[in-house]
Structure formats: C-alpha cells, structure tokens
Design a protein around this ligand. Structure first.
Ligand SMILES: [Zn+2]
Length: 183
C-alpha cells in the first residue's frame, strides 16, 4: 500500500514532470546492465547498485530493493533527493547531465561534476530530514558517515575522496538550516 504523503509528493512532482514514474530497479534490463558495468569498473567495490540505490534515468525513478518497506516519511525524503536530479536534468539537458555526471574530471576517482550534482541532491536530503524528522535526525553522526562515505567510497566510483571537504559542505548545509529556522 502506498503512503498518502508519498502519493501527494508524486502528484506534485508530476505537475512539474508529467512523465515521472516509479519502477523497481531490479525489473529494469538497462539497470541490470549498468549494475554489471559498475561492478566491473569499480572492481567489485560497487556491488549493490541494483539493491541498495535508487536512480533517476530520464523521467523514471528506479527504486532500490527496500522501497516498499520504507515509511512514508523516508520515501518523501528519498523523492525530494531525486526531484533535485529531475530539475538538474531539465537545467543541464540530458546530454549535459550525462557529461557532467560521467566526464569531469575523471569518471573514476575524481569526478567533480558528479560530486557537485550529488551534493546538491544530498543537501536536499538533509533539508528534508531536518524538516520531517527534526534537527537531531539531520545531525545524526551515522547519517553523516553514510552520506560522506557515498562521496569518498566506491558507491559512486570514489567521486570525491576528500572527507574533510565533504564534511565542510555537510556542516555548511546544517548551519544554513539552523539559520533558516531562526528567521
Ligand atoms: Zn543522487
């Protein structure tokens, strides 16, 4: 059963992106091919693309294996991250987005374009967490470890392996959230 807050947010996303749809990732042949490509180029470092990560390609959100078991709140936080990617694709075009995501500086190791694209989306993850689960949840060290690890580890091909810099981006967003609350 779909959660009402998830359905409400999907309706809002569809006002902006009428073709938006949600499909389980494991059912997508394209994503199964991407899974094996990522597995190969990260030398097995990324082995959970199909099961543990949700991905927007075109107007479609391909969901990770646990999507159906998430609470409505968690689904809304995830959707708000992916909504940022839909808007980025509109801003940069599909080709521009693919270029930013895959090319600069290197596809593996130092991928500044990919890191900036993901950073904008993870900032929204933090904003949504702060709004829906509260200030303490957004400041949970486990969440910080998880998100910083996505930049510095194999999940996205070691896209920005500088934990202190990513940590500073992270802390800056948290400060902005506190500033927004104070206003
Ligand atoms: Zn993302």
């Amino acid at each position: 059963m779909a959660h009402p807050e998830t359905l409400a947010l999907i309706a809002r996303i569809r006002e902006e992106f009428p073709a938006f749809r949600i499909i389980p990732k494991a059912e997508s042949r394209l994503n199964r091919a991407i899974h094996w490509a990522l597995f190969a180029i990260t030398l097995g470092g990324q082995r959970s693309y199909l099961t543990a990560y949700s991905t927007v390609l075109g107007d479609t959100l391909y969901t990770w294996a646990g999507w159906e078991q998430m609470t409505g709140e968690e689904q809304v936080i995830l959707l708000r991250h992916e909504w940022v990617h839909l808007r980025q694709r509109r801003r940069y075009t599909t080709l521009g987005m693919a270029w930013l995501y895959l090319v600069p500086l290197f596809p593996l190791g130092l991928a500044y374009g990919r890191a900036r694209i993901e950073w904008e989306a993870y900032a929204e993850t933090l904003r949504a967490t702060h709004e829906l689960k509260g200030r303490a949840a957004a400041r949970d060290p486990a969440l910080k470890r998880q998100i910083v690890g996505r930049f510095t580890g194999p999940a996205y091909g070691w896209m920005w392996p500088f934990p202190r810099q990513v940590g500073r981006w992270y802390d800056q967003v948290l400060e902005e959230l506190d500033g927004a609350d104070a206003n």
